[in-house]
Design a protein around this ligand. Structure first.
Ligand SMILES: [Zn+2]
Length: 799
């Protein structure tokens, strides 16, 4: 009786499961239709209500405050055991206390979790549109293929990993649909602060979204983490692993082998379903651990992305072969492009179909090899623990007393968010990261300098990211085995606390405290690195304690300069700027008061009445002047600051304002203000000089200058396709920092033509009228990581 009731219930529930079309009013992927995140979530709620094969879970909230939900899809029996399977996953992933025999048994028992998601690059719209149909079919299809997937696996389906962006983009498209601006670019960042860089935050976890994904992933420990993108190298229809070299040596080789196997499996499956144009190994390498869809490889989850072709939004496009690159117009067959695409219509539904079938290929493979994949997670973790038990580095030591101790504490917190074990030693007072732990490969990747092999093609992204360098944190690799006595005296750290650093401008957090005091009408004076505060003692002590500082700063000597907060304007163009977003985020984090300054605000003039300092983040001169070309975007977003805006900026500095320019925006300032400064790297061909992003050492030339207060004598900066300066004879001002003379300034990453930058100026202050221009030929705020260089601009914000 019970049994037949259950059966009846299942059949009834199944019969009532709504199709996406019946809820949305169109088939997902239809021309000219984009579902918002709310539309997608609305559908998944109905799906979960109607099907016992779907379980929704809230994983957190987004930056803009949306409730963020994901779906687990499997058989009801498997879903009932979800917590048990998560627990097995974690045991296998950590390998602690699990021997070979137990691991084999657990791998046999588990129904492993596979993460499939609807992407985080919101303008790549098929990413999050295709997951709706996939969710429905995974829950309802009765073909043997789907039954096997449900029986063998639990699909962790993130229908979007950028809910805010999905809605921002769908709204923008709907508003322009049918107008001349139907395919015009989005004038804002689709992730509130970082837009496309939401896939460059994988290890730093600055954004809420990155933390939510990481936390959830450490909890489920999927065997596969698959993210959809939509930027295939043309005319390929989908870009798949194996990816381009170079590749990090800190991933377990099994991860890379599986990547290749999965990539060619997808290609074979697509060809088998009549979908041509799969491509491999071009353009994108995957060394950078900042990709959220790559970092998992360092934690033994097979992690990857694929790039399907995109026209724009949900608008179809017809391609002819003569639009193809010359080398591919012959439609020749290549080893890794063996079913060339022949052109024709490309619709959103095509992109959705490629993604859907690629998901099916991955799930099919995982269904066949799930036991081996689950075991491999254990195997990779065990191998890593064994490797660093016998070879260096055996540990990293991070002194708790150092130049910027609160930032060192922040680094420890970031590691712990990744499930890295941190220990504490009391004598000497330091944090210790033992390397015989499962995710040690990630620690090594983040702590060691990146050394590049000889390259056959130039890297397309950054090449050096060594975190202690970027953050200005002292860390030492331990190259001999630790003594038993030392190991025995280590205590595990569950929360980084108890730090009482001296309150000084050496620490970035001191700027936050100063800004909080100034905002509360307290008074502050600077003398070199020292800070004197006149403020309610109890409140000050609370602020100091909250920021890891010791209470009771000693009073300053005579001559300390009282400061007040500068009125800051941050230039925010309609050519949405990721660099602007990162700057805005950092200013908010350190509580600098500022106003976003748009083109109209600059052109309106009277800048000096409203601002003391104006910041222009990294962007090209023409972009600042011209912005979007009129006719390509709705009128209010067209144009840049123009010649009149450039004149207003000249007037602003002439009247005593401070203009701060990051990286290539410095060239705008040099040209528009006719500064007696030149770019020493102008006109060099890539064969003569090339750096797509590496860490370079600069020497502080003017240590007494208030603009360099708190910086270490040798600071490491992120140099990314930027300028370096020479001054001309009539230059008036100060050189702040310079690249080393007669030796390469390279600290980490790939730099070609080092001699071209040796001895050149990295940062300077140029006098102009009653004001000044601060040119920084690098990215002092790079992706919210280069804490060691923040003071290059923080110091410009006090009067
Ligand atoms: Zn993408």
């Amino acid at each position: 009786m019970k049994r037949s009731l259950l059966l009846l219930f299942a059949v009834t529930a199944f019969a009532q499961v709504p199709t996406p079309e019946s809820v949305l009013g169109y088939k997902p992927g239809a021309d000219f239709h984009l579902a918002t995140y709310e539309d997608g979530l609305g559908y998944f709620r109905k799906l979960a209500a109607a099907s016992n094969r779907v379980k929704l879970e809230q994983v957190g909230k987004t930056t803009q405050g949306r409730e963020w939900w994901i779906a687990f899809i499997s058989t009801p029996e498997n879903l009932a055991q979800l917590e048990h399977y998560k627990d097995i996953s974690r045991r296998l992933a950590l390998a602690r206390g699990v021997d070979e025999e137990q691991a084999r048994a657990l791998a046999r028992e588990i129904k492993p979790i596979v993460h499939i998601d609807g992407g985080l690059h919101a303008t790549e719209v098929a990413n999050h549109q295709h997951t709706i149909q996939l969710g429905y079919d995974l829950a309802t299809s009765e073909t043997p293929e789907f039954q096997a997937i449900r029986n063998d696996l639990i699909v962790e389906l993130w229908f979007s990993i950028n809910p805010d962006g999905q809605t921002v983009v769908a709204d923008w498209y709907r508003q322009n649909l049918g107008t001349p601006y139907e395919v015009s670019p989005l004038p804002v960042l689709y992730q509130e602060y970082v837009g496309h860089d939401n896939n460059r935050d994988g290890y730093m976890l600055n954004m809420l979204e990155s933390r939510v994904i990481t936390k959830a992933t450490l909890e489920t420990e999927p065997i596969i983490f698959y993210t959809q993108h939509q930027t295939a190298p043309f005319p390929g229809r989908i870009y798949l692993p194996p990816f381009a070299d170079p590749i990090s040596g800190n991933m377990h080789p099994l991860m890379l082998r599986w990547l290749s196997l999965i990539g060619t499996t997808i290609a074979e499956y697509l060809d088998g379903h009549g979908l041509t144009g799969s491509m491999h190994q071009e353009t994108f390498d995957v060394w950078y651990p900042g990709y959220i869809d790559n970092i998992g490889n360092f934690r033994h989850t097979i992690s990857f992305f694929t790039e399907t072709a995109l026209y724009r939004y949900a608008t179809p496009h017809f391609y002819t072969v003569d639009e193809f690159p010359a080398a591919r117009q012959g439609l020749g067959t290549e080893m890794l492009y063996s079913s060339p695409w022949k052109g024709g219509w490309w619709r959103l539904s095509d992109a959705c179909r490629y993604m859907y079938e690629a998901d099916m290929a991955v799930l099919g493979l995982a269904s066949k090899y799930h036991e081996q994949m689950a075991y491999n997670k254990y195997r990779a973790a065990r191998d890593t623990i064994e490797k660093f038990s016998t070879e260096p580095p055996f540990a990293y030591e991070i002194p708790r007393r150092q130049h910027d101790a609160p930032t060192a504490a922040l680094l420890m917190e970031k590691l712990m968010l990744h499930g890295i074990e941190v220990h504490q030693l009391s004598d000497p007072d330091e944090w210790v990261i033992l390397m015989n732990q499962p995710f040690a490969g990630l620690v090594k990747e983040l702590f060691e300098p990146q050394v590049y092999p000889t390259l056959s093609q130039r890297p397309y992204d950054v090449t050096g990211w060594t975190l202690p360098y970027q953050m200005g944190v002292e860390a030492h690799a331990v190259t001999t085995p630790l003594s038993k006595q030392m190991r025995d005296s280590l205590r595990p750290v569950h929360e980084v606390s108890g730090l009482t650093a001296p309150f000084s401008r050496g620490a970035n957090a001191s700027y936050k405290v100063v800004n909080q005091v100034l905002a509360a009408k307290g008074s502050v004076a600077f003398s070199g690195e020292d800070i004197d505060v006149n403020f309610d003692k109890a409140k000050l002590d609370a602020l100091l304690a909250a920021n890891d500082f010791r209470a009771g700063a000693s009073p300053l000597p005579e001559g300390a300069k009282p400061v007040k907060a500068a009125r800051i304007g941050l230039y925010r163009p309609w050519v949405a700027s990721i660099d602007e977003g990162w700057t805005r985020w950092i200013l908010e984090q350190y509580q600098f008061p500022f106003t976003s300054l748009y083109n109209a605000g600059i052109r309106a003039g009277h800048l000096r009445e409203h601002y003391d300092a104006i910041v222009i983040p990294d962007m090209a001169e023409r972009q600042i002047l011209d912005g979007h070309r009129p006719g390509t975007i709705p009128e209010r977003y067209a144009g840049g600051v123009g010649d009149e805006g450039a004149q207003e900026l000249r007037d602003f500095v002439n009247d005593g304002g401070t203009l701060v320019t990051f990286n290539n925006a410095s060239l705008f300032a040099i040209n528009q203000l006719k500064l007696p400064v030149e770019n020493a790297l102008a006109d060099l061909r890539p064969e003569q000089f090339f750096c797509s992003g590496c860490l370079l050492k600069v020497h502080i030339e003017d240590a007494k200058n208030p603009l360099t207060a708190g910086l270490t004598p040798d600071t490491i900066v992120m140099f990314e396709r930027g300028p370096a300066f020479n001054t001309k004879t009539d230059f008036k001002g100060k050189v702040l920092a310079r690249y080393a003379k007669e030796r390469s300034p390279l600290a980490s990453g790939y730099l070609a033509g080092a001699d071209r930058i040796e001895g050149k100026i990295a940062a300077l202050e140029a006098d102009y009228g009653k004001g000044r221009v601060i040119l920084l030929g690098f990215k002092p705020q790079w992706r919210g990581q280069s804490h060691g260089a923040y003071k290059f601009f923080f110091n410009a914000f006090y009067e």
